[in-house]
Design a protein around this ligand. Structure first.
Ligand SMILES: [Zn+2]
Length: 313
C-alpha cells in the first residue's frame, strides 16, 4: 500500500514533516525533505539544477516563511542532491559526509554540461541526452557543504531533535540519512531507490546492506527514498534483496572469468528486471569487481555510461 501519493509536489508525512517528490525518479529526478522544528527548519537535499530547486523552495515557502531554513543536509555528493545549494541563504549551514565535497568537485555541473555537448557517438550521446537533457547545468556555481557529518550527530532544529546518521561506503563513499524520531520518518537519500534500480557508485554491497539494516533497526514507519515513491520497511527489504542478488551473481561470474560487460549481459535480474534503468547493473557489477579484485581499474564515468547505453540496445 503506498504511504503517500507519488505525484510531483510537497507531501505532508507527519506533523512538521514533508517530502518533496518528483516522479518518475529516473536519472537526476530526486526527492527532498523538509522538517519544521518550530521557528526553524531543516532541508534535506537540493535539486539537480536551479529551476528545479527554485520550484521546490517556492513550494516550501508556506512553511519556511514562518520557520526559515537554518540547516540543510546533502545526503551525498551526487549533483542531483546538491547542485541547487547556491540558492540557499548564505547563513544556512549545509551538512554532509566529509567525502561529499570532493565528489561534488569531481562531478561538477560544468563536467556534465560538457559531456552533454560533446559528440560521443549516436549511442552514448543519445543515452546521455535522454537521461540528462532536461536539466540546465550551465550557470550553476557549486556551493560546497560547510559542516561535516563525520559520525552520527543530533541537531536541534527549532525545538526538535533530528538525527543525522552517517553511512558509507555504500551508495557513495559518504552517505547521510536524516531521522526524525518524533514522527518516525527517515529521509534515506540514495541509500534507497524505490521502483528504480539502485546505483552502487562505491559499495561494497555488504556495506550498503549493513547500512540498510541499521535503518530498519530504527523501527521507523516511513522511508523517503532519494528516488521513487515513499515506502515502508518492505521497500527497504527489496533494495537489500537486489544488492544481495547482484553481489552473488557478480561474484559467480567473476570467478568464471567474465568481463564486466559480459557479466552484465549474463546476470539474470529476475524480478528486479522490471525496475527502472536496469542497465545500471553495469555500474553495480563494475563496483562488485573492484571489491573482488583490487587490481580492477577505477571507474571511468564515460566508459560506464557507454556500456550502459550498449546494454540497453
Ligand atoms: Zn540521486
Amino acid at each position: 500500500m503506498p504511504v503517500t501519493d507519488y505525484t510531483e509536489g510537497l507531501h505532508q508525512l507527519a506533523d512538521g514533516v514533508w517530502a518533496w517528490l518528483q516522479p518518475d525518479g529516473g536519472w537526476g529526478v530526486s526527492n527532498a525533505g523538509l522538517i519544521d522544528g518550530g521557528g526553524h527548519s531543516l532541508l534535506v537535499d537540493t535539486q539537480f539544477d536551479l529551476p528545479r530547486t527554485r520550484r521546490m523552495l517556492s513550494a516550501m515557502a508556506a512553511v519556511t516563511a514562518g520557520s526559515p531554513i537554518r540547516h540543510a543536509v546533502n545526503t551525498h555528493g551526487n549533483g542531483d542532491h546538491c547542485f541547487g545549494n547556491e540558492l540557499l541563504d548564505p547563513g544556512v549551514r549545509i551538512w554532509a559526509a566529509p567525502e561529499a565535497g570532493s565528489h561534488l568537485r569531481a562531478e561538477s555541473p560544468q563536467l556534465l554540461a560538457a559531456l552533454l555537448a560533446a559528440d560521443l557517438g549516436p549511442q552514448l550521446s543519445g543515452y546521455l541526452r535522454q537521461a540528462f537533457g532536461t536539466f540546465e547545468f550551465t550557470g550553476i556555481t557549486t556551493r560546497l557543504p560547510d559542516a561535516d557529518v563525520a559520525s552520527d550527530i543530533e541537531l536541534t532544529v527549532g525545538s526538535r531533535p533530528v538525527r543525522l546518521l552517517r553511512f558509507g561506503p555504500a551508495h557513495t563513499h559518504g552517505d547521510v540519512a536524516v531521522f526524525d524520531p518524533a514522527s518516525g520518518v527517515v529521509f534515506a537519500g540514495d541509500l534507497l531507490f524505490i521502483g528504480g534500480t539502485p546505483i552502487m557508485w562505491a559499495g561494497p554491497a555488504h556495506s550498503w546492506i549493513a547500512a540498510l539494516e541499521r535503518l530498519l533497526a530504527l523501527d521507523a514507519d516511513t522511508f523517503v527514498p532519494g528516488h521513487g515513491p515513499v515506502t515502508d520497511a518492505a521497500g527497504v527489504h527489496e533494495v537489500i534483496a537486489y544488492l544481495a542478488h547482484v553481489e552473488a551473481g557478480a561474484t559467480e561470474l567473476h570467478a568464471r572469468g567474465r568481463t564486466v560487460p559480459q557479466a552484465a549481459d549474463e546476470l539474470d535480474l529476475g524480478r528486479f528486471a522490471d525496475w527502472g534503468n536496469p542497465e545500471r547493473l553495469v555500474i553495480n557489477v563494475d563496483s562488485c569487481y573492484r571489491h573482488l579484485d583490487p587490481g580492477h581499474p577505477a571507474p571511468d564515468l564515460v566508459a560506464l555510461f557507454g556500456q550502459m547505453a550498449r546494454w540497453r540496445n
